[in-house]
Design a protein. Structure first.
Length: 490
């Protein structure tokens, strides 16, 4: 074979090898890209709570264990309508709402714009009063608005809890110097409790209404109580004046009577007694001197309960607040459903300025104590040491009454002073009494926003994800392929 033929033959073999190698490399590159695309599809199907890490200092975007457990078992579809007027949105809240969809496939988030779609106002009248970035939870049964400003509150050791609107109002009154007078306020985000509570509310089979009696100088319910027990968990509540309305509404499940300064009328007493006889519930808070209210005592008497006069002082120093024997750490009945949840909290709950409650025999009524003092207590009217009942529960058929002899127990002051434990007792009382809907979530803690958080938008996440998953790997493959081909051709 001459040299020219031999050279051509050799070149042909070399070219064939290079060609096969190039084809092999190209095929492997295509396969690798296909694998990367497949892996990305799998990755995108994984819930965002696993793929979008909460990098905030205080885990702002992490749902509580109560919410996660409840939402994971959700069986009804719920839409969270995210109000974004003009197309703008709150990035932090948008990221937070994504957590709900990742926990439950039954939850979806829909951005709605009442500016571009005025028909939304007809469908959801709540939008008339909703501030931007509010959320409307909607199920097949009902809807509930969670206001954007209601998801935030300020807390200060001296003042307690203030809603966003209250903080703005008082800060303006103090010329923008509220913190100069009372010290720093910490901003909290309670979106977890608010939104999960709304989802629980809209999916409940039936929803009772709590009515709050007025017209007799009743004390206003604590704003903390209303927010934590009613607003958070979607318990419908309204005021009622039986003397004017003439009757208790048919949808009433519970009537709250909070420390009236004047006696109710005989007609109102009969209305409340009839309400209990029909299966209704009454939650009563009083203070010393209520034993002189004849008509109110007719209601408690019908349930086998009466009042003792005089403010109770605890004689056992281990069972009252330091240097104040009237601020009692009561013992709670561990055998009753209303008080059992807090029976292990003794020494933490405070019953201030209480009077005694007595249990009398009443046919058809079952009455028992919920909270009591030690046997060393006395009153301003009786020096004889004995145990005094500070809260009692009574049942007649399906009707129930819980009577607590310390109206101050549910004030903002003592709810805050006990880190919310006093609130837990009211929660247990309502849960035991209510015949239909009551929240099973418990108290969901808010998250402090005192530290800055890191949040990126969905677009930013997709951009950097694309670079890491596609651009960099494909670039490496391309560079490698070029290097291999160049080397083979040398």
């Amino acid at each position: 074979m001459n040299e020219k033929v031999k050279q051509k033959f050799t070149d042909g073999i070399a070219f064939g090898k290079a060609g096969r190698m190039g084809t092999y490399t190209a095929v492997m590159a295509v396969i690798l890209v296909a694998v990367l695309v497949f892996v990305n599809l799998i990755f995108s199907a994984i819930p965002s709570r696993y793929t979008k890490l909460d990098t905030s200092v205080n885990n702002i975007y992490t749902l509580s264990s109560q919410s996660t457990k409840y939402l994971s078992a959700l069986k009804e579809d719920v839409t969270l309508n995210f109000v974004c007027s003009g197309g703008t949105e709150d990035e932090m809240l948008s990221t937070f709402l994504d957590r709900f969809t990742s926990v439950s496939s039954k939850i979806s988030v829909k951005k709605v714009d009442p500016v571009s779609d005025p028909t939304l106002l007809e469908k959801y009248p709540e939008l008339e009063t909703a501030d931007n970035f509010s959320v409307i939870a909607v199920s097949g049964k009902r809807s509930k608005l969670v206001g954007y400003s209601d998801m935030y509150y300020y807390f200060n050791e001296q003042v307690g809890e203030l809603s966003s609107s209250e903080f703005s109002y008082y800060n303006q009154m103090y010329g923008g110097q509220l913190e100069a007078y009372y010290g720093p306020f910490t901003l909290y985000f309670s979106g977890d409790a608010k939104i999960t509570g709304a989802i629980e509310y809209v999916t409940a089979e039936t929803v009772p209404t709590v009515y709050i009696l007025e017209g007799h100088g009743e004390a206003a319910l604590s704003s903390t109580l209303v927010s934590a027990l009613f607003d958070n968990f979607g318990i419908a509540h309204s005021v009622i004046n039986i003397a004017i309305d003439a009757e208790i509404p048919a949808d009433a499940d519970t009537v709250i009577v909070n420390n009236p300064s004047n006696d109710i009328t005989a007609g109102e007493a009969m209305a409340l007694i009839d309400f209990i006889d029909r299966g209704g519930n009454v939650l009563l808070f009083t203070s010393d001197g209520c034993d002189t209210m004849t008509n109110l005592m007719k209601v408690t008497g019908a349930m086998g309960l009466g009042a003792e006069s005089g403010i109770v002082s605890e004689g056992d120093s281990s069972k009252h607040y330091p240097r104040n024997a009237r601020y009692i750490y009561p013992e709670f009945n561990p055998d009753h459903a209303a008080s059992k949840p807090v029976s292990s909290y003794s020494g933490k709950l405070i019953s201030p300025s209480s009077h005694g409650i007595v249990i009398t025999e009443k046919s058809g009524v079952t009455a028992t104590w919920l909270a009591r003092t030690s046997d060393k207590a006395t009153t301003t009217e009786n020096d004889e040491a004995k145990s005094y009942i500070l809260s009692a529960a009574a049942e007649k058929g399906s009707g129930k009454l819980i009577w607590t002899s310390s109206a101050d127990m549910i004030s903002d002051t003592f709810i805050n002073a006990t880190s919310g434990y006093n609130l837990a007792f009211v929660d247990g009382s309502l849960s035991w009494m209510q015949n239909s809907y009551s929240s099973g979530l418990g108290v969901i803690d808010a998250v402090s926003l005192s530290s800055s958080s890191l949040a990126i938008t969905e677009g930013q996440a997709n951009f950097w994800g694309g670079i890491m998953i596609f651009v960099i790997p494909i670039g490496c493959i391309a560079i490698g392929t070029v290097i291999v081909i160049v080397r083979k051709r040398r």
